[in-house]
Design a binder for this molecule. Structure first.
Ligand SMILES: *Cc1c(COP(=O)(O)O)cnc(C)c1O
Length: 464
């Protein structure tokens, strides 16, 4: 057996071979070495497991070439989203608009006034570039942008409630996407979570009774990805604000009211059959601070946006944690580019991909599905039909809030759906779909126009 190990060719020798050297066109030497190394360790494993009886150099070389062919230049790579989930956290959430991307390129390939006041000729603040715009769009006194919404919530709770109580309804102690859990964020901040009410019903008196001289924040959390139905009650922002005002008068104590909105919707989406409260409604309710994400319904880059009272946001701007949560120039540029289009709602709906995908009409989707399906049907060994499906908005919106859409089924020979799913996921441009009733489907709502030719070309290759 040890003889077999000894017969494995040396890396340096393999690197001299012309068929392997040919890949230097595409990869750097260390990248090729990595592929050789993991191919050889795979072979050593097979020897260990008695799966190999003899070593043929040509087999090894072919295996290395096979792995080089499969290797992507970048680990972070483009994929085709046929899942129908528009804000898919695993697939990068919102796509940026062209305006946003152009602005990012301009800013990142040039020096810029990130922290430079061009009027005064002295140091400026990176936070000022988009603050005014956001405050105007949502009607708030002030605004602050940080890395993401988790950071926004953590910053607010740390700054205003460290060592003090944060009152949250038991119906709102949510977990979003595994890594954001309201109780853990509060614990991390050094604040004390004071749960009130029950899972399905919380009343204003629950907040009232939980209040004492140690209470710092009443926190409302958008339940986002789940819904409590049936015998339920939750307390509105307005009631919470009223209670905080009452406590101020009675006890002379300033309790901050705050809402983690999650997705953060800036325009009315009810025409698409989707009811989501607006950030401006939360601001109007009188609540002190509202936080939301930049890359969910807003359709911009990863960011956490805090809007609300100037006096509080000014305090946040001086907090040491802000330095750790500070937003990068790329994200500021992308956010500024995205937000500009919001000044004209129709422009936003056409140019911001997330909003555009939400607004496709059923007829448009049917046309796209038919066109794609017809092209797929023409490919050897592959069949396809158009079916009705439901898309989801995703990004912490309700699973129930589905949008009727059309899907294209893909059958390859007599492969089971899960094999088709894996096959298409492992292509040069991975195609990610969904399995519905044992059929592999692509929901056309989340496909880009440029995806269509890639899908057809990929299927032509795998159908052979
Ligand atoms: C998504 C979400 C978050 C986390 O936002 P990120 O921008 O991903 O950090 C926090 N709270 C709620 C309610 C959410 O839906």
């Amino acid at each position: 057996m040890s003889d077999l190990y000894r017969e494995i060719p040396q890396v340096a020798k393999l690197l001299e071979l012309e068929p392997i050297r040919a890949y230097l066109d595409r990869f750097y030497l260390p990248e090729i070495k990595q592929v050789i190394n993991y191919t050889l360790s795979e072979i050593r494993n097979r020897i260990k497991n008695n799966e190999i009886k003899e070593i043929k150099h040509t087999d090894i070389i072919n295996l290395i070439i096979e792995n080089l062919e499969k290797k992507r230049i970048y680990s972070l790579t483009k994929v085709i989203n046929g899942t129908g989930t528009i804000i898919h956290t695993n697939l990068g959430r919102s796509l940026l608009s062209e305006t946003a991307v152009m602005h990012v390129v301009e800013i990142c390939t040039n020096y810029n006034n990130l922290e430079y006041d061009l009027v005064k000729g002295e140091r400026g603040s990176r936070y000022e570039h988009v603050e005014g715009m956001i405050a105007e769009l949502v009607g708030s006194e002030s605004c602050l942008v940080v890395n993401n919404n988790a950071a926004a919530v953590l910053l607010c709770v740390t700054a205003f409630a460290k060592g003090k109580d944060v009152v949250v309804s038991r119906g709102e102690l949510v977990e979003i996407g595994g890594s954001f859990r309201v109780p853990e964020i509060i614990e991390t901040s050094g604040a004390i979570l004071k749960e009130v009410g029950t899972t399905n019903r919380t009343h204003l008196t629950d907040y009232d009774k939980a209040t004492n001289e140690n209470t710092a924040i009443y926190l409302k959390v958008h339940p986002s990805n789940y819904q409590i139905i049936g015998f339920t009650n939750s307390v509105s922002n307005e009631e919470i604000v009223k209670l905080a005002n009452k406590k101020r008068k009675e006890l002379g104590q300033h309790i901050i009211t705050m809402e983690d909105l999650g997705s953060g919707c800036l325009i009315d989406l009810s025409s698409c059959g989707y009811k989501e409260s607006l950030v401006s409604d939360s601001v109007k309710s009188g609540i002190d601070l509202v936080t939301f994400s930049g890359d969910k319904l807003l359709g911009g880059p990863q960011a956490g946006i805090i809007v609300g009272r100037k006096i509080l946001i000014d305090k946040l701007k001086k907090h040491p944690l802000l330095r750790a949560f500070r937003v990068d120039k790329m994200n500021i540029a992308a956010l500024e580019g995205t937000l500009r289009d919001y000044y004209e709602e129709d422009k936003a709906k056409k140019s911001i991909p997330t909003l555009k995908m939400i607004h496709y009409s059923e007829n448009e989707l049917y046309q796209r599905a038919t066109t794609l399906s017809d092209r797929i049907k023409g490919i050897e060994n592959i069949s396809s039909k158009v079916i009705k499906v439901n898309s989801t908005i995703g990004g912490g919106s309700l699973p129930q809030s589905q949008l009727p859409s059309y899907g294209v089924t893909i059958s390859i020979r007599n492969y089971p759906a899960y094999e088709i799913e894996a096959l298409l996921r492992n292509q040069e441009v991975p195609i990610i779909g969904r399995i519905v009733n044992d059929m592999f489907i692509l929901d056309v709502r989340t496909l880009l126009d440029s995806d269509i030719d890639i899908i057809v070309a990929t299927l032509e290759r795998v159908g052979r």
